[in-house]
Design a protein around this ligand. Structure first.
Ligand code: F6P
Length: 546
């Protein structure tokens, strides 16, 4: 599947290194001057997304070499292996089939000889039926009242996708209900979430693939206590106020949730790739089954595009390769994702898990240490707020930070001049980053010589602009799938297992060991390092003094 040749020895990599030496000094001002139509030359449009990547420090030669790198890395075969259901998550011996979650009803995708598509649609049908009952008021709580508050309890992929999608599609949501997301093991998260909620009108969705995650199970237990105390009821009330989304039926029953009210998914869906599985139950209750299915069709359109489009028209592949160009040749260590839409305020946070839990790895599939940088740091805030915060560093700092601007031609809230102002800002930011303002231009404005360097913008700072029509459920599905496939493409080239997350294990295990040391009545025999021992002792002393 992957090229046997180590990445930095591949012919395309070596030619990219040579090419980089030649073009690293080229300025976007010159590139645009050489090709007055560059804005159109370096843009693609597909599945309703217009990608302008002209403001990148590339030439046709760069692109050709990057496409050769994709070929030499076996990208086409790897894409097919993923869609086919091969066990490409080798450290967990699992298929990686989030694409099956949005497959049409008549598709056939086999895992261990079983077509999983009917299973996916069976769960989607059950979810739809349940959502319709909650939304119509037919599903009643223990005291006979309809459900007005939906609280999703989950963390990581079981929280970030649901909360991001809820915020993104709020405009399509049922405004008569409240949707609340609890994730942190910090009791403050739960305490604030349930402020003012009437337990008799509250439904908890316990979303956890494993149903063993410390944070989620602690919050779920606290929620159950809160509910039963608030209702003054016994355990029989749980069935009407708790449903589960999980792959672990045994643990769900053990918690006291009827497995008839459990919505399953499968080990071939990674947590950070699960927002379109049953983990999206809260999204479906909020926006309704029809809109949820529209979102899935957006995912599917992008899947199809990724699978079939030639590299030069393939939006995820182009963006992934540009990411590699900056990460591995220019030495950039981060990418800013800057959505110019307030509804996408949680999109950067969502992408942080998707990208960094996937490609934050230091060994290859064969377990060898890499000799190149892997996953970039993703971060961002919605425009225009970021402009008045960290954009200073992107414009005039010493680091090269490629930016992805995301904008929509039509606002879902067309108020007065707001949208024109918002769009003027996104276009202006990309323009300013690319072309800057020379010291001569600054001086020509009458700026004193001593001040001019402070007011100069050197420009040549790359960005992509993703322009869509409007933020619909379909558009959100396309955007999420776009970044999923960027991550996949980069993981193939870097030769990583993008689908495991062993890096979160050690901290979890150590925390489990420390819990009894914090809770024991007698002084524990601490065997950590001197720093950890002292911190534990200080905490115990503070606790004793409470
Ligand atoms: O952070 C580690 C992780 O396993 C994520 O990959 C996952 O999304 C999250 O924990 C939550 O896991 P679960 O859904 O099993 O509670």
């Amino acid at each position: 599947m992957n090229s046997p040749t180590s990445l930095t020895k591949r012919a395309s990599w070596v030619s990219l290194e040579d090419h980089f030496e030649k073009i690293q000094g080229l300025h976007l001002r010159d590139l645009f001057a050489q090709d007055p139509a560059r804005g159109k030359t370096y843009s693609v449009e597909s599945v309703g997304i217009y990608l302008d990547y002209s403001k990148n420090r590339i030439t046709k030669e760069t692109l050709d070499a990057l496409f050769s790198l994709a070929d030499e890395s076996g990208l086409r075969a790897s894409i097919e292996a993923m869609f086919r259901g091969d066990a490409i998550n080798i450290t967990e011996n699992r298929s990686v089939l989030h694409t099956a979650l949005r497959a049409p009803r008549d598709a056939s995708i086999e895992v261990d000889g079983r077509n999983v598509v009917p299973d996916v649609h069976e769960v989607l049908d059950r979810m739809s039926d349940f959502c319709n009952r909650v939304r119509s008021g037919a599903w009643k709580g223990h005291t006979g009242k309809p459900i007005l508050n939906i609280v999703n309890i989950g963390i990581g992929g079981s929280d970030l996708g649901p909360v991001m999608a809820y915020e993104a599609l709020k405009s399509y949501s049922d405004r008569t209900r409240r949707f609340i997301f609890v994730s942190n093991v910090d009791g403050t998260d739960f305490a604030e979430a349930v402020q003012g909620l009437d337990p008799s009108e509250t439904l908890f969705i316990v979303a956890s693939k494993t149903f063993t995650t410390q944070e989620t199970m602690t919050n779920a237990q606290t929620a159950r206590d809160w509910l039963l105390k608030g209702l003054g009821a016994g355990h029989e009330a749980v069935a009407k106020h708790f449903v589960a989304v999980s792959t672990n039926g045994a643990k769900v029953s053990e918690f006291g949730i009827d497995t008839a009210n459990m919505f399953g998914f499968w080990d071939w869906v990674g947590g950070r790739y699960s927002m379109d599985s049953a983990i999206g139950l809260s999204t479906m209750i909020a926006i309704g089954p029809a809109n949820f299915l529209k979102m899935l069709s957006g995912f599917r359109d992008m899947d199809q595009h990724f699978r079939t489009a030639p590299w030069k028209e393939n939006i995820p592949v182009i963006m992934a390769l540009l990411g590699i160009w900056y990460n591995n040749f220019f030495g950039s260590s981060s990418i800013a994702v800057l959505p110019y839409d307030q509804y996408l305020k949680r999109f950067p946070a969502y992408l942080q898990q998707l990208t960094m839990e996937s490609n934050g790895k230091r060994v290859t599939l064969a377990g060898n240490l890499v000799d190149y940088d892997t996953g970039a740091i993703y971060w961002g805030e919605p425009g225009t707020n970021g402009q008045h915060s960290f954009y200073q560093l992107i414009h005039q700092g010493t680091r090269l930070i490629p930016c992805d601007f995301i904008a929509f031609c039509n606002s879902l809230n067309p108020l007065g001049r707001h949208h024109d102002l918002l769009m003027a800002n996104v276009f202006a930011q990309a323009e300013a980053l690319a072309f800057g303002k020379t010291i001569q231009e600054v001086r020509a404005e009458g700026t004193a010589d001593w001040l001019a360097p402070h007011r100069e913008f050197d420009g040549n700072r790359p960005s992509n602009v993703l322009l869509l029509d409007s933020l619909t459920p379909e558009a959100l599905g396309k955007m999420v799938a776009l970044y999923e496939h960027i991550v996949f493409t980069q993981g193939v080239i870097w030769n990583l297992d993008s689908f495991d997350q062993w890096g979160v294990e050690l901290g979890k295990v150590l925390a489990q060991r420390i819990v009894p040391e914090l809770e024991s009545k007698s002084s524990p025999d601490l065997k950590h390092d001197s720093s950890t021992n002292t911190l534990i002792e200080r905490y115990r002393a503070a606790k004793a003094a409470r």
